[in-house]
Ligand binder design. Structure first.
Ligand code: NAD
Length: 308
């Protein structure tokens, strides 16, 4: 199993580290445009192998795509992150150009790969990869919902004063401060609806804290977060590589599912060796449907800014 991660910055390096530590891939290629940067990160990470007990080989490359040839999975993290006060949508100008070039280079060298898009605005960048490559829709996956759901579970556990392992919940919709749809109605603590334990008011606070989860960290760090994004990507990569058939919310091209068309947005999917093996259609209530439709409007508005 060969995995390429483009962008050896904060998120890319974290992806490579978590993938390697989980020890299911034979090789991870880290590629960056900055001279020597990916090679340096790869060497540093390789020097953790004997300490962390993994055998995955991590290789660095300065923009040499021949090293990525035959990758089963490629992760795109190249592009600028937001600074405090910025929205993800404001990154579109620079990142669209980067994602377009990177995705066509990747497919040239790995025509059967599965691409996981991380660069923001992620839903629109995922859509752009569809427009740029001729990969089937099952092989283009945007990562946002896995991270947003992890942040949701963190906030739920905090509110419930419960261990995170007892908590389950999912965030669908667009990967933006206003687009996220945390499904509080379906969230549980060990199979019991969370509404049995906390008030609607507290739950609304959890929902708001989840939606601004990325912005809160950007304010604290001065740039966007990387540990949880890297861990979320490694979860998707492992689900595909190990054919786990796990359900994750991912940004995928919709063709009528959820009553939506011609956009990529977060919905639950089953991930396995072939990428997206099934889109799971949840029976949303009217409020959730309305929230999802509003979210889709926002994503489509950002898509319209693409020069296709
Ligand atoms: N989808 C998500 O959940 C999520 C979460 C966190 C961050 N992000 C996004 O991921 C992206 C990366 O964030 P980061 O914090 O790692 O940024 P970063 O600045 O630390 O790293 C980005 C790297 O991309 C490289 N790069 C730029 N152009 C390139 C090109 N053409 N080819 C190869 N490499 C190139 C840069 O040299 C840099 O090393 C940002 O767009 C950020 O908004 C998304």
């Amino acid at each position: 199993m060969k995995v390429t991660v483009v962008g050896a910055g904060a998120v890319g390096a974290s992806c490579a580290e978590y993938i390697a530590i989980k020890n299911f891939a034979s090789e991870v290629v880290l590629l960056d445009i900055k001279e020597g940067y990916a090679e340096g990160k790869a060497m540093d990470l390789m020097q953790t192998a004997s300490l962390n007990g993994f055998d995955t080989r991590i290789v660095g490359s300065t923009n040499d795509y021949s090293k990525t040839a035959g990758s089963d999975i490629c992760v795109i993290t190249s592009g600028i992150p937001r600074k405090p006060g910025m929205t993800r949508e404001e990154l579109i100008g620079i990142n669209a150009g980067i994602v377009k070039t990177v995705s066509s280079n990747l497919v040239k060298h790995s025509p059967k790969t599965i691409i996981i898009v991380v660069s923001n605005p992620m839903d629109t960048m995922t859509y752009l990869v569809h427009k740029t490559t001729d990969l089937p829709k099952s092989r283009i996956i945007g990562m946002g919902g896995a991270l947003d759901s992890a942040r949701f579970k963190y906030r739920l556990a905090e509110a419930l004063e419960a261990p995170i392992s007892d908590v389950d919940g999912m965030v669908i919709g667009g990967h933006s401060d206003t687009g996220m749809v945390p499904l509080t109605r379906l969230a549980t603590r060990n199979s019991v609806p969370v509404t049995e334990f906390i008030s609607q008011e507290r739950l609304d606070q959890v929902m708001e804290d989840t939606k601004v989860g990325g912005a809160t960290l950007t304010k604290l760090l001065g740039t966007s977060a990387w540990y949880a994004p890297g861990a979320a990507v490694s979860g998707l990569v492992q689900a595909i590589a190990c054919d786990q058939k796990k359900i994750y919310p991912c940004s995928v091209l919709l063709e009528g599912e959820y009553g939506l068309n011609d956009l990529c947005i977060g919905v639950p999917v089953i991930l396995g060796r072939n990428g997206i093996e099934k889109i799971v259609e949840l029976d949303l209530n009217d409020a959730e449907k309305e929230h999802m439709n509003k979210s889709a409007e926002g994503v489509s508005k950002t898509n319209a800014l693409l020069e296709l």
